[in-house]
Design a protein around this ligand. Structure first.
Ligand code: ATP
Ligand code: AMP
Ligand code: MG
Length: 207
């Protein structure tokens, strides 16, 4: 596409409540895509924000990012988006796919904050937002089972419900700026493959 509305490669923004299984489903999507000769590169916003924050000694791990002052998070957020597009532009050509593993809403220490503001989606120019969902009980049990991460500040039914609701709202709002598709993919317990296949079918529907 040469109209400036899109990048040459396809851009998908993956969203969902912490612990719903985004990173897990996306990894499987890459494997399934290889069998179909579709090149997908996943970039995790948290990774980019973390490496920059570590460089400046601002945090010790990724789960401290949401405790930083909002203006610091704002700077890291835009830095990460620009760096992701810069890196992806070097790796990907027409028909290839960038998936950004991120969040539509951040539960900061100070309140809910958008993960996909206008200036960010104008950098990403996403073809689609994919919202990964599961039942509230499934999400909480995944959060508690995965001891590699600190997610106890999310592990309450009313908070998960609110985050799911805000994720949908923010995705539909952001989609207005960039004419993006919004697709909900349910990541059922023990059915990562099924969710990954759905993500792949969205990609096939775009390219
Ligand atoms: P975050 O936003 O905090 O990075 P995430 O959405 O990327 O979270 P993952 O790290 O992918 O979540 O998954 C959280 C936990 O749930 C992991 O232990 C993972 O193995 C497990 N999990 C993911 N999907 C499923 C599934 N369909 N069935 C059972 N367990 C799952
Ligand atoms: P994750 O591994 O996806 O949970 O990301 C780690 C952390 O990075 C999150 O808890 C947030 O603090 C931060 N983060 C990720 N995506 C965004 C975003 N779009 N906007 C602001 N912060 C983000
Ligand atoms: Mg993740």
């Amino acid at each position: 596409m040469k109209n400036g509305i899109r990048h040459p490669f396809i851009v998908i923004i993956a969203l969902g409540v912490p612990g719903v299984g985004k990173t897990t489903v996306l990894k499987r999507t890459v494997e399934l895509a290889k069998e179909k000769n579709i090149k997908i590169v996943i970039k995790n916003m948290g990774d980019y924000m973390l490496s920059e924050a570590l460089r400046h000694g601002m945090v010790k791990n990724r789960d401290e990012l949401r405790y930083l002052k909002i203006r610091q998070q704002l700077e890291l957020q835009l830095y990460a988006a620009k760096a992701i597009i810069e890196d992806a532009s070097k790796e990907l050509g027409e028909g290839d796919v960038l998936i950004v593993d991120t969040h539509a809403v951040i539960k900061t220490k100070y309140g809910y904050w958008t993960g996909i503001p206008k200036q960010l989606v104008e950098v990403f120019k996403p073809d689609a937002f994919i919202i990964v969902e599961a039942s509230i009980d499934e999400i909480i049990s995944r959060q508690l089972r995965d001891t590699s991460r600190y997610r106890v500040d999310f592990a309450k039914p009313e908070i998960v419900k609110e985050l799911m609701d805000l994720t949908r709202r923010n995705a539909y709002s952001a989609a207005l700026f960039t004419s993006s598709l919004v697709k909900i993919v349910v990541n059922r317990e023990g059915e990562v493959d099924r969710a990954a296949r759905e993500v792949l079918s969205v990609i096939e529907g775009i390219r």
